[in-house]
Design a protein around this ligand. Sequence first.
Ligand code: GLN
Length: 307
Amino acid sequence: MNYQAILDEIYEEIQPELDKGKVADYIPALAAVEKGQFAMSLTLGDGSVYSVGEASKRFSIQSISKVFTFTLALEHYSRELYKRVGVEPSGNPFNSLVQLEYEQGIPRNPFINAGALVVTDALISHYKDEYNTLEAILGFIRRLTENPEIGFDAEVARSEMEHGDRNLSLAHLMKSFGNFENDVHATVMTYFKHCAVEMSTEELSRAFLYLAFGGTDPISGTAFISASKAKRINAVMLTCGHYDASGEFAYHVGLPAKSGVGGGIAAVVPGKMSIAVWSPALNRYGNSHAGTLALEKFTTKTGLSIF
Ligand code: GLN
């Protein structure tokens, strides 16, 4: 298949969509990001990379980082983790408090904010403090990409904490139900820092390759997680990766994928490749508008959905 020609075609077709939607503005440092930008990269199992647009420009990966933290937590806790967080779609926005109250502080899944906060809390318990935890998360992403220079934007994390009342509320509510072990402020700050990790689509598509190949990166040969756990992470991405638009995403795109409010989406084509796309303007669910459409075009043109 001529992947470069397909990406070039998508790039042409997507242009009229780039200004539609809204950049996330509840994190002031992200509100400053210009609309109209676009990048898409594919990394195949043999290491070949195809890209269009601003594919080496780094952006805030936000909730895409939840896939990395979930992977680490599954590795350390296995089934024990599921006592604290479920794997069921929430049908609610990513930062909703309502369901958490009537489900006694057990978040539906690790990709809504409450679930990701529990995962970060579990990692802090495992690594003993927030500094080791952040180092472990960054170290994991650096090993996945074989790039020691990946880091986070401290200004984005600080700006999010300044407006972090909702995430702090989620954490406090879970603590009141006994489902939070560490200091709320330090844990939420660690969560904001891993959300503020910056990566390009080239780097992200490389980082997700382990999920397309049963937990082992086919380029370096490193086994990051067991095949069975990789399968489960993909299942949770498919059913929960786009919050209350996960059904729609599965319907239109048909790939396990995770979005972030920075406008990125990382997707997995099992046994073949991983794909990352970035365009900062979001639809009403908080997922990249043009990014979602670009992935839909990709699976339509290539026939590469899991269905
Ligand atoms: N850091 C963001 C938040 O907690 C992540 C949300 C997202 O990317 N959907 O609100």
